[in-house]
Design a binder for this molecule. Structure first.
Ligand code: CO
Length: 137
């Protein structure tokens, strides 16, 4: 079959102190933050660092009931999810669901930067939380 995945959109890393993490990426790796957004729906503050056509997404929770807060409490800092760019999030999500995989979002929803996203549960994707990202218009 033709791949539904067109690019790595971002690799997300959960951190406790996003300002300290940004400073580390800037000072040590010369990284450049190109986007900052408080994503209220997910309870996270994100910073996007551009790497070629992809991003590193630093994430920190903005409230205690944020999924990222729960993740940090359970696992500590580190890799949180891998986001793949797709042409059509709804089509990709339907293909994932049709395969019997467990999803977190039953229908696509709005992500940061005006993207359309859906998350696939790590339980049926070999331990990795996967995000499908369709770029906005
Ligand atoms: Co993401």
């Amino acid at each position: 079959m033709t791949s539904l995945l067109t690019e790595i959109d971002h690799i997300a890393i959960a951190v406790n102190d996003i300002d300290a993490a940004i400073k580390w990426y800037e000072d040590v790796l010369g990284a450049v933050v190109v986007h900052r957004e408080d994503v209220a729906s997910d309870g996270v503050d994100e910073a996007l660092i551009k790497v070629a056509d992809s991003y590193i997404q630093l994430l920190t929770p903005t409230r205690d009931d944020s999924p990222v807060a729960k993740y940090l409490a359970k696992n500590g800092e580190g890799l949180h999810h891998v986001a793949y760019r797709v042409d059509d999030c709804a089509v990709a999500l339907e293909a994932v669901k049709a395969s019997g995989a467990r999803v977190i979002d039953e229908v696509p929803r709005l992500g940061s930067r005006g993207t359309i996203v859906a998350f696939v549960h790590p339980q049926t994707s070999f331990g990795t939380l996967i995000e499908l990202v369709q770029e906005g218009g």
